[in-house]
Design a protein around this ligand. Sequence first.
Ligand code: GAL
Length: 353
Amino acid sequence: MLTQRSLRTLWPIVCALLALTVALAQPLLAEDAFSPGAVWLDSQGVAINAHGAGFLYHEGKYYWYGEFKTTGRGGNVANVGFSCYSSRDLYHWKNEGIALRVSDDPSSDIVKGSVLERPKVLYNSRTRQYVMWFHLELKGQGYRAARVGVAVSRRPTGPFLYLRSFRPDGEMSHDMTLFEDENGKAYLLTASEENQTMHLSELSDDYLSTSGHWKRIFIGEALEAPSILRFEGKYYFVGSHCTGWAPNPASAAVADSIWGPWKPLGNPSVGPNADRTFLAQGTYLLPVHGQPGAFIFAADRWNPENPIDGRYVWLPVEFTPDGLVIRWRDRWQLRDFASLQNSASQTVWPATK
Ligand code: GAL
């Protein structure tokens, strides 16, 4: 039994231990800020493992889907599958587990050791299903299969059920993204023709296949890592050039219709290592819910020698009268969007234009 006296003696020790625990836990807790390129810990203090990310905002929450990487060179193929994290504020992320798991069945397209990259998820309100598309390469075939895979779930966090893989519209497909327009039409944008030309394919109403309506865009420009946003009636594209895991200059474009014509905007990066997109490669242009004009350029700083230690580079998109700029910041917060005047209607156009 603790006497009052022993309690009095123990109390300072208990307080000191509590203070020490809190102090030790501090570096593990994510703060309300983005630090591009730094290790980013989830709500349990474990590094977020979701590369080549795609995002979904649904009913008050953001979902972050990505490649779950493992250690060493062998970690570049899919050993586990795609992870899912959820967040209400974009700073703090809860690990929701594996959304799509690789298969143990050697005859499955998504058998352990295949290549599963860049998962993108949309919610289809007609079928009330979450639909995931991703880049799929069959095990042991390098990047020759050039397919997309499709999986579905009744819940945003999964588990997703793998349906099938195919070449969209019969054409090669490597790096890809999905884009859902304001009218509910959705599109696949993918690096095709041995990465020389992008293909834009409209999706069927249930988002499970392409509709057959497709077009070649950025012909012969050899772009990959595509992402698209829509703002004030214009479509903006950010992609990269093709140098595998090594960083290269990003490439942006703008259009009045998603089908083009697309006007080239060059490399939108500004700041240290802008010539190599801050040593990263884009994966998604993420709209911040409730903040019109606020978009985050989400990119991967790959580490092919130890893929699990790949880092995330998130930066705010700044719209200019001529296009868009992605400027390096060591540390930033969502409230910084307020000072960007991110609205074409707010920008003052030169009188000569
Ligand atoms: C990159 C691509 C990545 C991955 C990698 C493999 O160009 O963007 O998603 O496919 O090549 O080398």
